[in-house]
Design a binder for this molecule. Structure first.
Ligand code: CP3
Length: 335
């Protein structure tokens, strides 16, 4: 039988909701911080054995139904000719960001060769993990990746990329297309190497006005997600009120941030499976409160086509007991 998470992603009624957390393999786990004392972030994600050890840490604590490969959305920058590193206190830094509107038409190198460490990680994870647990691959979406490539690092408002769109709309379109092309190849490569489910993180694309989103982003999501050989999840923040634009992406599952009312989402989305959407800050509450709030999410979502998750990544200061209460609540459901 397929993993529980895959069955829910296909819209099936499941005996309980499968559960995993975005950013589950990161800084909230003490052993992650120990591994990071010995390896930089990039060394860790580029060394398959180390990346596999990190991916497995949440398994040792919580046994979630999905293990998300330990990697980053920025890996595809390298096949497009950018280099980057992670600076503590700042976040990702692109060493050679897009220099102007003439620097946007990029063809990508061979993903299987340049991102071989991701393929090797997925193979290794399949060796370590039983068939009931889904291995989750992922990629960044074109808007989010382009935001880093243009700003050269994190940008709270994404203004450098939005400014490029205003000043040079064709360059904006070309840059997003370059990213869409590499991301499509990359997801196929991940699935070919054993990812059971893939999530597209176009986290920042929700800053666009709806008409721009529909014109520039939606067609690329459709290209990226069409006919993938594994179920896909699409995640964009701040899409409350226009979830139809996520459903139209062709993803099997629409991920919801915590500002979305799940009951309303079900009405808008009909049969489309959903993922989410507990507010990550709830995991700081006492266990009984976490259990109650998690049960509310599960009840609102109903018995079919629901993957339990947070509405965004787990905060780095979250106590492991909080995460455990969340996962255990999902596992205690019987229907
Ligand atoms: O979910 C997981 O557990 C899988 C791993 C994962 C990471 N990043 C690990 C990571 C995933 C899925 C991502 C996605 C990602 N990376 C996104 C989109 C997802 C989202 O949250 O919406 C974005 C925008 C990035 C870019 C990026 N890389 C950021 C913002 C950061 C954090 C910088 C910081 O210092 O806070 C990174 C580095 C990164 N990626 C870390 C982890 C665990 C932290 C590295 C460390 O300092 O130990």
């Amino acid at each position: 039988m397929d993993p529980l998470l895959v069955r829910a992603a296909r819209g099936e009624r499941t005996e309980r909701p499968p559960v995993w957390l975005m950013r589950q393999a990161g800084r909230h786990i003490p052993e992650y911080r120990e591994i990071r004392a010995d390896y930089s972030f990039l060394e860790a994600i580029k060394t398959p054995d180390v990346a596999a050890d990190v991916t497995m840490l949440p398994w040792e604590y919580y046994e979630p139904d999905g293990l998300v490969m330990f990697s980053d959305i920025l890996t595809v920058l390298e096949p497009l000719g950018f280099s980057y590193h992670i600076e503590s206190g700042v976040g990702p830094v692109i060493d050679d960001p897009v220099s102007g509107p003439d620097d946007v038409d990029r063809s990508h190198g061979d993903v299987a060769r340049e991102l071989d460490y991701v393929g090797d990680l997925l193979v290794e994870l399949n060796r370590r993990v039983g068939d009931e647990t889904a291995i989750i691959g992922f990629a960044g979406g074109p808007f989010t990746l382009a935001s880093y490539a243009v700003a050269g690092g994190p940008s709270r408002t994404n203004m450098p990329l939005r400014r490029l769109k205003a000043e040079h709309p064709e360059a904006f379109r070309t840059l997003l297309q370059s990213f869409a092309d590499v991301v499509r190849d990359y997801l196929e490569f991940q699935i070919g190497n054993g990812a059971d489910v893939v999530q597209l993180f176009d986290t920042y694309a929700g800053v666009l006005p709806p008409a721009d989103y529909r014109e520039f982003v939606l067609p690329l999501h459709r290209e990226i997600l069409a006919d993938l050989k594994a179920p896909s999840i699409v995640f964009v923040r701040r899409m409350n009120g226009r979830l139809d634009l996520l459903a139209e992406s062709g993803a099997d599952v629409v991920a919801l941030d915590w500002t979305v009312d799940l009951g309303d989402a079900r009405e808008t989305l009909g049969e489309t499976p959903v993922q989410g959407n507990l507010d990550p800050s709830v995991l700081f509450a006492p266990p009984e409160e976490i259990e109650a709030r998690t049960r509310e999410v599960i009840d609102e979502a109903g018995p079919s086509g629901h993957v339990l998750n947070l509405g965004h990544g787990v905060n780095k200061d979250t106590p492991v007991e909080g995460v455990r209460a969340f996962v255990e609540t999902a596992k205690s459901i019987e229907r």
